[in-house]
Every structure is written in C-alpha cells, then in structure tokens.
Design a protein around this ligand. Sequence first.
Ligand code: ADP
Ligand code: MG
Length: 271
Amino acid sequence: MSLRVVVKIGGDLLKGESPNLPLIEDLKALVKEKGLVIVHGGGDLVTEMATKLGKEQKFVVSPEGFKSRYTDRETAEIYAMVMAGEINTKIVGFLQSFGINAIGLSGFDGGLLRAERKERLVIVDEQGRKRAIEGGYTGKITSVNSRLLELLMGEGYTPVISPLAMGMKFEPLNVDGDRTTSAVAKAIKADVVIYLTDVEGVMLDGKIVPKISIVEVDGLLKDIGAGMSTKIHAAVDAIKGGVGRAIITSGFVDRPILDALEGRRGTVISL
Ligand SMILES: Nc1ncnc2c1ncn2[C@@H]1O[C@H](COP(=O)(O)OP(=O)(O)O)[C@@H](O)[C@H]1O
Ligand SMILES: [Mg+2]
C-alpha cells in the first residue's frame, strides 16, 4: 500500500537553527511510502530580509479578509531570493542531513508552477473603502507539472517546493503557500494534504475542532481569523479537487504527521 501525502511546512517551523526532530522522523516514515511532496511557506522571513535590504513591505487586505503582501517588482525579486534561495536550501539541507533525498524546486524548475498574474486586486483601504489597485507580482496557479513530480518521486526523491510561480511572461510571481499546497495535492492526486502550522488545529470557542465537513465551512469562517481561514479555503479547494482529506495540525509536537494521519490530532477537513 502506498500513501500519497503533500505536507505544507508553515513559517514558524522554519525559524531557528535546528529542525523539529519528531517532524523529520515522520517525514522519513512517509518517504518509505514513495509518495511525499513538501511545500513550504516563509512569509515572515521574506519580510525580515526585505527590511534588512531597506525595502519596507506593504500588506493589503481583501474584502473577504485575506491579507497579502503587496508584491511590486523589487519585492518579487526579494521574495524569489528568500523563498527559492534561503528557505528552500535550508530545508533541503536539513532533510539531506537526515538521509532524505530531497530536491528543491521553485515553480520555475521544469515549469513546475505556472500562474496568471492578477491584473487588479480589490482591497479595503484604511478608511474601510473598497478600492482596486494594480495587481503587482502575485499570481493564481493555472498548472502544475505533475509529471515532473511523478518522475522524481518514482526515483526516490522528495520534492521540496517553494511558493514561487512562473508567470505567462516568465516573470516571478508570489503565490500563496497554502494554495500552492492544494494545487500540488490535486495535481498528484494525493490521498491526504497536511498543513503543519504553529497551532494544534482550527480553534472555535477556545477548543480544537476535530472534524469539519466542507459543507459546514461557510458558516464557520466568520469566527476564524486570517492565517487559518486561508488554510481552510485551501483545504476545501483540495477536497473539491479530489484529495481525500485535509488535516491542519501542529508541526511542533511529537509524531506530528503520524498522529494526525491516525486521527489523533488536528482538524480534519473532508467531504
Ligand atoms: N480559529 C483559529 N484557530 C486557530 N488558529 C487561528 C484561528 N484564527 C486565526 N488563527 C491564526 O492562524 C495562525 C496560523 O496561520 P499562519 O500564521 O499563516 O501560519 P503558517 O505559517 O503555518 O501558514 C495561528 O498561529 C493563529 O494565530
Ligand atoms: Mg500562513
């Protein structure tokens, strides 16, 4: 039996000098099944580097409450540098040091992630007014080169993907990490997609919700904050695209992935 799993590694798990060892152990167990793909985030580190370079980052909020980085050309270059450079190589290095044959890829490599640039963004300004602004270098994924991933997985490599897509004019585009994860999961027909983050799951009234059906999501979203709502939307997208289940869980605990797969932790989102 083989299990296909796409794991997103959230931003907070990428800070610090050493990886969370229980997480590495679980990833090793999945590698044996020959069906693991990793996607990472790292927005805070992009902001940190941009600040060091004297490029102040601006964030915009959509009418639905999604917060995103306003990515002008210079920011897109810093984004590519940090995501595909610093963070991706750091993760690949950790995995290699633990015997996982990881291969780092951005959306450019082999045309892995193609995206369409968003021409306009509707945002809510400081006065609470809706306004359309130029889209900048953010994109929506239109295709995933799943054959490349199949090829690599078939040869025992573990792809580690940064959320940097290649635009229609071959320009760098910032794509959301959670959305990238669901696009990859759909493309390789994953059984499970796991969003590892810094909290134990979706919280409502101070408690973790163990299970959410996609039909319940709309009613719940108003009580859920930014960060988590992006993940829930991405999870729904994955399920509607044929992925069996999505799990949102902490990457900082013992047996983070194996316990989640056995239903002992986290929030499961399914049909
Ligand atoms: N209802 C909720 N349940 C759990 N976390 C929530 C909720 N609403 C907002 N959040 C926030 O979402 C965060 C996770 O998203 P984010 O910060 O984007 O992490 P990641 O880097 O893993 O994507 C949590 O740390 C938490 O602060
Ligand atoms: Mg996030």
